[in-house]
Write a protein that binds this ligand. Structure first.
Ligand code: URA
Length: 407
């Protein structure tokens, strides 16, 4: 009985694979209710899982749907995943860099989770973009352009799709075994050979400390080994947002700027670092050569061409990507230097503006979000604009005090 399984986890006991299967596959088949799965997820969040339980859960997630097999194409497939952050649009930049360097990627992404944005929501903000592809479409696109990004579907890691949406709205996102199972099952189902995981640490991330990041890293590398995958991890800062834009359409627009070589800084640097690692792993090149290739993909315009080709192939209409919502500003209350821009506060603000979901079936306002005009280290005068806000909601009750720290 599901109630016994929930109680067992609440009492910090180890669940067997059969019990995990009964709970999770039962949920997938509609035999276990949302409220029961929410209770089990919360017990897992609070009491953790053993390594064996996590390995078992990954296996259940993988076998809950189809496993893609492109071995007949004889390609070295790469994949990248971020544990989630505020303003993290690296996938939109990285995919085209890699594909334009002839390093193919098939990637299953998710929607927003907690205060962190999701690649699928960002892609869906492009008019007509098709996020859900079947196996045949994925294979055809992989052969044609070397880059595919799809959502979880009823065939592809359907358990992750259901559990992910439930975690998003039940305060059960910050669990190392649940994050590891969610991410690694998607990587393995896609057939990636070389995988890089960007573990975000900080106020705007699911992972808050170096210690947790190390645990998650070691767990994901172990899961990778079990499935004969080469997994590397990088740790990156998420105490402040990544780049200037936070919110779906706004982030796509910023990704375009980076691909067009119009924006450098932390976002560009991280994209080059992650793509260099994957190019080096896939092509067995030195990191230095791989970095040169990644940078040239941008300066030559090839990465941007590949981006346009990819969006068009998945039926997106980039030319219709426009922001139409009303604009507000946050102004500096005093003069000084910007010492901090709090990622969590910006994540909460973008949710309040309409860029994320508070409940499972909420619809997103793709126009909504924040564009940071001033960044950490910038000098500002009193009354200068720090950020633009895009929303069609009444925001008169919102306070912006805890976002920028000026000294
Ligand atoms: N990304 C995922 O795909 N799953 C998580 O649980 C966290 C980030």
């Amino acid at each position: 009985m599901i109630i016994d399984i929930i109680n067992k986890k609440r009492e910090k006991k180890e669940l067997t694979k059969e019990e995990l299967e009964m709970a999770f596959m039962g949920y997938l088949k509609g035999k276990i209710a949302d409220y029961q799965m929410s209770a089990l997820l919360m017990a897992i969040c609070c009491n953790g899982m053993s390594e064996q339980e996590t390995f078992d859960l990954v296996d259940i997630f993988i076998h809950g749907g189809k496993i893609l097999d492109f071995s007949d194409l004889h390609l070295t497939l790469v994949d990248k995943h971020s544990t989630g952050g505020v303003g993290d649009k690296t996938t939109l930049i990285l995919g085209p860099i890699l594909a334009s360097c002839k390093v193919p990627m098939v990637k299953i992404c998710g929607r927003g989770l907690g205060y962190t944005g999701g690649t699928i929501d960002k892609l869906e903000s492009i008019p007509s973009f098709q996020v859900s592809l079947n196996e045949e479409e994925i294979k055809g696109q992989l052969q044609k352009i070397g880059l595919v990004i799809t959502s979880q579907t009823k065939d592809l890691v359907p358990l992750d799709q259901k559990i992910y949406a439930l975690r998003d709205v039940t305060g059960t996102t910050n669990s190392i075994p649940l994050i590891a199972s969610s991410i690694m099952s998607k990587k393995i189902v896609c057939g990636a050979d070389k995988i890089i995981i960007d573990i975000k640490i900080g106020s705007g991330a699911l992972i808050k400390t170096q210690e947790e990041a190390k645990q998650l890293s070691s767990l994901m590398i172990k899961i990778g080994k079990k499935y004969h995958k080469e997994v590397k991890t990088v740790f990156s800062d998420m105490d402040h947002p990544l780049g200037r834009a936070i919110g779906n359409k706004l982030e796509v627009m910023e990704a375009v700027n980076v691909l067009q070589g119009k924006e450098e800084g932390e976002l560009y640097d991280l994209c080059i670092e992650l793509s260099s690692q994957l190019i080096s792993m896939a092509k067995k090149e030195s990191l230095q050569t791989a970095e040169r290739m990644a940078k040239e993909a941008i300066t030559s315009g090839r990465a941007y061409q590949k981006f346009k080709e990819w969006i068009k192939t998945q039926h997106g209409k980039l030319e219709e990507l426009k922001i139409s919502a009303e604009q507000y500003t946050i102004k500096a209350p005093k003069k000084g230097i910007i010492k901090k821009i709090d990622a969590l506060a910006v994540g909460k603000l973008s949710l309040a503006l309409g860029a994320g979901r508070k409940e499972k079936n909420d619809t997103i306002d793709y126009n909504a979000g924040v564009v940071l005009v001033k960044m950490i280290g910038d000098a500002v005068k009193e009354g200068e604009v720090l950020a633009f806000l895009y929303t069609n909601r009444d925001i008169s009750h919102l306070s912006f005090e805890n976002i920028f720290q000026i000294e």
